[in-house]
Design a binder for this molecule. Structure first.
Ligand code: PMP
Length: 395
């Protein structure tokens, strides 16, 4: 036996050993072994990246652009990002030192956490939430502090619940509206109150606005970064994966105060060097000429959302109308099943894959996440199958 091993329980760092694997991936490994499954599971667009954006990537390769870019990302892309953020979110950033191009919002989140947190600092984040949040916080030696959101509030964050979890160790407030997995949004008035609480308690806000183009029914999206006194304490995260159907290109960005972006840049520089060059050129095309394609995809998501939410309610699964992202989050409590059992049995009996709400945090129990970035015929078929399953539980 290895001598070292005998004095250690494991070579793996304890904070990593105790990290659970993503509840979503675990489930979808099973899905991949089955035939005839309609998946409402994985949260990515079913559209292929629009042609002009793919062509920009191809052209970049044809021209032989195969070297590293600047650590912060291509200057032309950073300029375009800052212009886009100013036009759409009404907050101005300097492309020289307040913007960094990353490997998706995933990397931006990681380096933001590592740049901000000392061991033991608390990060407040709303739940149900994107599965990576608590893990990202733990990996950066922070302490995850979930703050629940409730169906009765349309899953928006309320000032009371936020205040109830703040302690002297609270350092960061992580927001994600429109929200994965609930589709919830935050109205301007609500956001203003949250901003005041952040200022009063000297919190840094990380706002993950990856779904902010995907909003429906004339909803107006507001970024907390644009509110009075918030720019200097906010890191704005965004990317290309969802709005431009570019998940596989792996490109996103962070904008924020120079001091923080500089700290994030150090981690990025040593860990990553620079984001993928081909993807950056494609992303540039997305910002310059991709908006109309996004609008078409959004219109299609809206139609699919309407069909799915109506069919869920008709079968007795109460589902509020999500105003953003591409997820419905129906309440399954009337079935008497917990969310894992519901999802497992639905998959086994009707070959429909959804994600159990518990995967998104404890307060996701009693719900399932159904992604509607799937063809309308598949959505209708999946809803018919789900109705059969729900009806069978009543017998
Ligand atoms: N944030 C949220 C809320 C997400 O849902 C996702 C992807 N599912 C990400 C960040 C990561 O996106 P990416 O790394 O592809 O930009």
């Amino acid at each position: 036996m290895n001598g070292l091993k005998s004095v250690r329980d494991s070579f793996v760092a304890s904070h990593i050993a105790s990290l659970p694997k993503s509840g979503i991936r675990e489930f979808f490994d099973i899905v991949n072994t089955m035939d005839d499954v309609i998946s409402l599971g994985v949260g990515e667009p079913d559209f292929t990246t629009p042609w002009n954006i793919r062509e920009a990537g191809t052209f970049s390769l044809e021209q032989g652009h195969t070297a590293y870019t600047s650590n912060l990302g291509m200057l032309s892309l950073r300029k375009e990002i800052c212009k886009y953020v100013n036009n759409h979110y009404h907050v101005g950033y300097n492309y020289n030192n307040e913007c960094i191009v990353t490997i998706g919002v995933s990397e931006a989140l990681d380096i933001a956490m590592r740049a901000l947190l000392d061991p033991g600092d608390e990060v407040i984040y709303t739940t149900p939430c994107f599965v990576s949040y608590p893990a990202e916080i733990t990996m950066a030696h922070g302490v995850p502090v979930p703050v629940p959101t409730y169906e009765k509030d349309a899953f928006a964050l309320t000032p009371e619940t936020l205040k109830s979890v703040i302690t002297p160790r609270s350092k960061v407030l992580l927001l994600n509206f429109p929200c994965n997995p609930t589709g919830a949004v935050m109205g301007l008035e609500n956001l203003k109150v949250v901003a005041e609480i952040a200022k009063e308690n000297d919190l840094v806000v990380i706002t993950d606005e990856i779904y902010s183009e995907l909003i429906y029914d004339n909803w107006e999206h507001h970024s907390i970064a644009a509110l009075d006194g918030m720019r200097e304490r906010t890191i704005f995260l965004h990317g290309f994966s969802k709005a431009f159907a570019m998940t596989g290109w792996r490109v996103g960005y962070a904008c924020g105060p120079a001091e923080i972006i500089d700290a994030m840049m150090k981690i990025h520089q040593y860990g990553i060097m620079s984001a993928n060059t081909t993807s950056q050129e494609a992303a540039l095309e997305a910002l310059r000429n991709g908006y109309s394609s996004m609008l078409k995809m959004r219109e299609s998501y809206r139609e699919r959302r309407n069909v799915m939410v109506r069919m869920l309610n008709d079968m007795g699964l109460k589902c509020i109308m999500p105003q953003g992202a591409f997820y419905a989050f129906p309440n399954i409590q009337s079935t008497g099943l917990d969310s894992k059992t519901f999802a497992r049995r639905l998959l086994e009996q009707q070959h429909v894959a959804v994600v159990p709400g518990i995967a998104f945090g404890e307060c996701g129990e009693g719900y399932i996440r159904c992604c509607y970035a799937t063809g309308i015929q598949d959505i209708i078929e999946a809803m018919n199958r789900m109705k059969k399953f729900v009806d069978s539980l009543k017998k």
